[in-house]
Design a protein around this ligand. Structure first.
Ligand code: PMP
Length: 434
């Protein structure tokens, strides 16, 4: 039997250090919200492959559809020899993406690729070059997506020059002293001092900042952005790569604000574990690119399309939108209970939307000084105790929960119990060392 340690040594020798190394846990198999490593140890999954396995690991319906597809055809390249499931995924997304207007969709393989294409479409459709994005945003690691990302280290530092004509604004985060009004005033200032709004092609926004720390944008803020975009002929581009597909208790997070974007980027949860991304937008905008201007060899691979169609059925059949709300409520109320107890002064804030819930850990509730060392220690200790947790946040001091929406409550509660014990023990240990 191989061991996690042996594989870690092979990894270090074979793979560059630029791929971050989170845990030395090598997974052998997974089922719904449970994973087992190569040493036979079991883990409860509160990570869902970073918001990919919303429908759980190896959902029988998804696996069944992919297996059927495997027996038919696995690749042709849609641009050369099309197939029905690609068209069916696009038709379905045109129906479910918010917006009471005609839409068109095309498929890609990753989130970053969806973002790159959204930027290209926005430039081609508007004839403008500039983009506005937010500090703390994460849009991917390719050149344009990286430029739009609002965090320097480790995403941008050393990789410049970045794409010109991209401007960042403070994201409204009340907990960190940035109000919605201040954020909008910064946009107004930007238009006056840096870039004329008639030069701006699009504003990229995550309705809930994901990697940045699970900060939901206030509904009124998204509504204000919609208005500003309409006033100046700017396209509103919603990055729903992490928030999409029932995660937040709606099919798409923008629905909480009742705002329809002009272009929506999607990936992660759409394929339920198979790589696929999508760009859906207003038909008049999407049709502005000449044939051959977008596309890629693998995009909309038949296995991923079969998976995506099954994912969309599972979300509907198993009412995962409602389930996300139920899972989210359970998470939030548990974390609030901890926060209100004496032993957890380190929990500065509990927040989230639907089943996208996080706790922000601070050294002191009054100063709100981030405590990233605690987050690192807790996530590592939790893995040792059989729970997979992810961190996030500009300061690395947030623990987020992205459990599969299909997680049985029994496993959710088991995971929460491990989380609680681990957090308590780690805080005591760290305070003891101070
Ligand atoms: N946008 C958002 C909001 C994301 O969360 C991510 C991935 N964490 C991306 C874009 C990039 O997606 P990918 O890793 O598939 O390129």
């Amino acid at each position: 039997m191989t061991t996690n340690a042996a594989l870690a040594a092979r990894r270090t020798a074979a793979i560059p250090s630029g791929l971050s190394k989170y845990l030395d846990v090598y997974i052998e198999r997974a089922e719904n919200a449970e994973l087992w490593d190569v040493e036979g140890r079991r883990y409860i999954d509160f990570a869902a492959g970073i918001a990919v396995n919303n429908t759980g690991h190896r959902h029988p319906k998804i696996i069944g559809r992919v297996r059927e597809q495997l027996e038919k055809v696995t690749h042709t390249s849609f641009q050369t020899t099309p197939y029905i499931d690609y068209v069916a995924v696009c038709e379905k997304l045109n129906t479910i993406v918010p917006g009471d207007f005609e839409k068109k969709t095309f498929l890609v393989s990753t989130g970053a690729e969806a973002v790159e294409n959204a930027a290209k479409i926005a430039r081609a459709a508007t004839g403008r070059s500039a983009f506005v994005a937010f500090s703390g945003a994460f849009h991917g690691r390719t050149l344009m997506a990286m430029t739009l990302t609002g965090k320097t280290t480790p995403y941008k530092a050393g990789f410049g020059p970045l794409v010109p004509d991209v401007f960042h604004l403070p994201f409204p985060i009340a907990y960190h002293g940035v109000s919605e009004e201040e954020s909008l005033a910064a946009l107004e200032r930007l238009f006056r001092s840096e870039v004329d709004p008639t030069r701006v092609a699009g504003i990229f926004v995550e309705p809930v900042q994901g990697e940045g720390g699970f900060y939901p944008a206030p509904a009124t803020f998204l509504q204000a952005l919609r208005k500003i975009c309409d006033t100046h002929g700017i396209l509103l581009i919603a990055d729903e790569i992490q928030t999409g597909f029932a995660r937040t208790g709606k099919m798409f997070a923008m629905q909480h604000a009742g705002v329809a974007a002009d272009i929506v980027t999607m990936a992660k949860g759409l394929g339920g574990g198979f790589p696929i991304g999508a760009i859906t937008g207003r038909a008049d905008i999407m049709d502005k690119i000449p044939a051959g201007g977008v596309g890629s060899t693998f995009a909309g691979n038949p296995l991923s399309c079969a998976a995506a169609l099954a994912v969309l059925e599972v979300i509907e059949d198993e009412k995962l939108i409602d389930r996300a709300a139920a899972v989210g409520n359970r998470l939030k109320s548990t974390f609030e209970e901890w926060q209100n107890g004496n032993a957890f002064a380190c929990i500065g804030e509990v927040r989230g939307l639907g089943a996208m819930v996080a706790i922000e850990l601070v050294r002191d509730r009054t100063t709100r000084e981030p405590w990233p060392e605690l987050v690192k220690a807790v996530t590592h200790a939790a893995a040792k105790n059989g729970l997979l947790l992810l961190s996030c946040g500009t300061y690395g001091n947030v623990i987020r929960v992205l459990a599969p929406l299909t997680i049985p409550f029994e496993h959710l509660d088991e995971g929460l119990a491990i989380f609680k014990d681990t957090l308590l023990a780690t805080v005591r240990e760290m305070e003891g060392n101070q």
